[in-house]
Design a protein around this ligand. Sequence first.
Ligand code: UDP
Ligand code: MG
Length: 311
Amino acid sequence: SIDIVVSVYNEEEGLRAFVEKTKEVLQNLNLRSCILLVNDGSSDNSVHIINELAKNSPVVKAIHLSRNFGHEAAMLAGIDHSNADALICLDADMQHPPDEIPAMVKKINEGFDIINMVRNDRDDGGFFRKITSALFYSIINRISPVKLEKNASDFFIISRKVIRILQKEYRERTRFLRGYTQIVGFRKTTLSYYADNRYAGKSKYSLSKLLILTTGAIVSFSKVPLYMGLVLGLLSAIMAIGVLVYSIVIKISGGAPPGYTTLIVFMSFMFAIQFFLIGILGLYIGYIFDENKKRPIYIVDNCIGFDNDKV
Ligand code: UDP
Ligand code: MG
């Protein structure tokens, strides 16, 4: 059996077409399959479309969250509601083509536990997304002990073993699902796919949401930024010794001190570094603070299509 987890946030324009397409692909597979639509607090007509789809088709199930918790939380809600042998996560905008599902299922049947889908190139999102995404992966791969697949997205299939782990472990508040699927181990492989433009509507990831996701990922996957203070502290100590020697020489040789400009530049530079490091400490403290509060990652309002509809 297989579950397809789709998080939906204001996708009224393309949702019906997406579900139709996915149902068609699943029918040809001859497996017990379900499409779990997680409504991540949509404020458009997606809510009614989801309910209608879930009521009219036994294949479609709906999970409504109580508000917008974000894509990461919504995917976890879907994963938590799955009891299938394998599960696929994909986006509702056809950028993760449902046509790839049979190839993914084939790999699972070959005995793999995790198959990450890797974009062979991205035409979507434009130049800015391409550059920022490349920058993010080069930073995190340099400073994190785990190596993340470049161009991986939240498009993957996982076996029951991995589903169970995600249901119990990695229950972090600052979430980065595509990172977890790459560090749990097991038999992993990748398949490549071509990401097209969005089928309908606009991207639901604003720049600020993307920034929160990426800083969260860096903070939760690497401690290197925390140790930057040690390196910079050492460097400035060496610099201070240089300045000290220079000042003494100037003093002894009777020359006038160079004065204002050097001092201001030097101090501004030092202050910038210090505030930057305090900011990094702040990021990590914020992370610890969030984890400690243990607030729910998501809250379910109601579900439709499950055996005993949980309300
Ligand atoms: N999404 C979500 N909650 C959010 C933002 C996005 O569930 O707060 C869903 C959205 O409906 C889509 C998927 O996450 O199914 C990926 O979003 P999008 O396609 O807008 O991101 P992009 O492809 O532009 O990175
Ligand atoms: Mg998209």
